[in-house]
Design a protein around this ligand. Sequence first.
Ligand code: FEO
Length: 398
Amino acid sequence: MIKVNKISEKVYQLRIIDTEEKQFHGTLFPVIDGVSYASYLILDEEVTLVDTFEIKYHEQMMQEINTLLAGRTIDHVIINHVEPDHSQSFQLVMDAFPQAKPYCSKGAVKEMQQNFFFDVEYTAVGYGDEIKTGAYTLKFLETPLVHWPDNMWTYLAEEEILFSNDAFGQLITDDVYSDKELGKEKLLKYAREYYTNIVFPNNAAVLRLFNKFKDINWPVKLVAPGHGIMLEEYFEDMCQLYTDLANETKEEKAIIVFETIWGNTMAEALAIKEDFKAKGIETKLYQLSNSRISEVIDEVATAKYIVIGTGNQNNCMFPIVADFIERLKALKAMKAKVLIFGAYGWSPAPFMEVAKRLRDAKYDVYPKPVTINFKLTDDKKIGITQEVENFMNYDHEE
Ligand code: FEO
């Protein structure tokens, strides 16, 4: 469904709430409730569209835009981000309003041409540039790597609205106007999962952006992101969340992620869980084949201890574990401490391969995988408890 929210006398949000969608960004990010995208229309003396949309939502969006335009035309199209969820229908919008002037960051010009093969005269904008649309002034700030190198924010100075595109997004599909109605807890929970799955590998860029934004000191009354709901009440809390995540502030918790065929690696996972619990460490267990991977990524991104278990399939780790290792490499949560474990029959070869791949990716991996041969027994349990103890006491700085 599409929801049109009136933000002020001249500003509208056009929000897609798609509760049928099970994935966000291809198959990278399985979602719980669906997805939500937003574009914004500013009906000043000249009309501005902030961000376009995915082709599949184009007709719905254009219908609402045309209703709001009531015969007027679009004069300016802002492309805050080249990624197709915000710009796939750009060409169709330009076909409908050929006199409109498109604006994007300097880095986005080439990306727009390469991504869509659509060469129009883009005006490159960045911090210090302004567009006057009548009573309103639009300002810009490049936000490289939050999420792609081309990203930028647009700021409507007279209304103090920040169109932040990917930043501060969440995949909340509740039919509410803003965070005021939704509440802080759900907002930050969904924002954290979005951040850890989309933005986390670019933590350094987030910290750089926040420093710059602090210096610029634009007052913000409303944050209008490209995903989810708008922020009126909890922007400061959101900034704190981003700062904590970007600094990789770890929670004192162990996240155990594993796969098993006949239950032996699962039995070991449960034993390890008990060992962490006995030390007062919050512990969560995820069997990969039964878990939503974006939730797992969210948990490991914030965990001090990441514990990874596989069995042996012809001397290789299980394919689903290999997939998880690639995701961990892409996540770059390198301040975590990693323990490898698992059950095997004839060869412990896969455990060393898991350790090698993560060490090569600069993860801090405990040198000795905690393995068991076939079934878990009481004496093997004692050995596991000792190794978990050693792992926690291990000087990871060595
Ligand atoms: Fe919402 Fe980076 O796209």
